[in-house]
Design a binder for this molecule. Structure first.
Ligand code: 13P
Ligand code: SF4
Length: 346
């Protein structure tokens, strides 16, 4: 066998050892053959990464051959924004969706931040423009403007503070204003109202009208049916789900918190009301856990692929490079830094 063939075989073994338990997507398999087909690409990407001094950040929702094959850091939005801030990299490849790469560019202005597919939008981020938020703000001049991290750089530049699904409740509770203009997730706003009531914190939450096309579809009546079929089932939901779904779940939290909950909970089965990539991560990292089907695919996250990561690393096209006007970037950075001040990284 040639040295190159040996290298591919060793890489196949490495990938297979990580991915052998993954079966999170209907019609896809991460068997030995599949791992052998990824191996030349992951080897090439990891080589290009070293040559370019690049760091690859991947959201937990992208395909497992990316998170376990080439990512330097994988996780939820908050974790990845902390890693972007810490990165001293010349180049950041953000494998996720475009608003996440914009966040990395806001925090790392000197790095070249690139995305594998410029079409990787987000139904939440794309629901509100900076001009739309300015119009809303004119109606609520006394409100603190809080934007979910799933928002464009323009919206962040118009906001007082940014939040993620992991720190949204604690940050809103800490704000002195009674009235909060929360954008762009209408369902998360409803979950915030419930949580503020539960905490005895008097807040009026005004919201814009965005939803996540992945999480809005989960249905509380399906949870009751699943519980009857799988006794002892634990239902784990994301706060982008509707309030009836959140109320019927055993745990609601960011993707990072959902992983922690599953790993720390002895239960015969779990139902994950989120994107299937998160189930894949748990199958890799905690293969003893059992999941019943029910997760959904985000079409934007799934636009990413190893081939596109390789292409963008080798020679990014202009549309794959994230650029922001400096005054807008500075205003957006203030809103994210305020988040770090109110919810410091652990
Ligand atoms: P988190 O990773 O912050 O929980 O967000 C989930 C999500 O839907 C990102 O688009
Ligand atoms: Fe946006 Fe929903 Fe996809 Fe996350 S899962 S990127 S919120 S559309």
């Amino acid at each position: 066998m040639t040295a190159a063939a040996h290298e591919v075989e060793a890489e196949t073994e490495r990938l297979f050892r990580a991915l052998m338990h993954v079966d999170c997507e209907p019609g896809r398999s991460w068997n030995y053959e599949a791992c052998r087909s990824f191996a030349p690409l992951t080897l090439e990407i990891n080589r290009l990464k070293r040559e370019h001094g690049a760091v690859i950040l991947a959201h937990s929702y992208v395909e497992p051959e990316i998170t376990y094959g080439v990512a330097d850091f994988k996780g939820d939005s908050y974790f990845l924004s902390v890693k972007a801030r810490e990165a001293q990299a010349r180049m950041i490849v953000f494998v996720g969706v475009v608003f996440m790469a914009e966040t990395a560019k806001i925090l790392c202005p000197d790095a070249t931040v690139v995305v594998p597919d410029r079409g990787a939008g987000c139904s939440l981020a794309d629901s509100l423009t900076g001009a739309g938020l300015r119009r809303l703000k004119a109606h609520y001049p006394d409100a603190a403007v809080v934007c979910y991290i799933n928002s464009t750089a323009e919206v962040k530049a118009e906001s007082d503070v940014c939040v993620t699904s992991g720190n949204v409740y604690d940050i809103i509770e800490k704000l002195p204003q009674r009235r909060i203009l929360f954008v762009p997730d209408r369902l998360m706003a409803e979950n915030i109202r419930t949580e503020m009531k539960r905490r005895g914190c008097a807040k009026e939450i005004v919201a814009s009208d965005g939803t996540c096309i992945v999480h809005e579809v989960f249905d509380a009546s399906a949870i009751a049916i699943a519980r009857a079929r799988f006794p002892g089932l634990h239902v784990v939901a994301h706060p982008e789900c509707a309030p009836e779904v959140a109320a019927a779940a055993d745990f609601v939290g960011s993707t990072g918190a959902m992983m922690k909950y599953v790993r720390g909970t002895p239960a015969p089965y779990f139902l994950m009301l989120t994107e299937c990539g998160l189930v894949g991560r748990l199958q890799v990292e905690d293969p003893e856990k059992r999941f019943i089907t029910g997760c959904r695919l985000c079409p934007y996250m799934k636009l990413n692929s190893l081939a596109k990561v390789r292409d963008v690393l080798a020679a990014p096209r202009p549309d794959q490079i994230v650029t922001l006007e400096e005054p807008l970037r500075c205003r957006a950075a203030r809103c994210i830094e305020r988040m770090f001040a109110l919810a410091p990284p652990a």
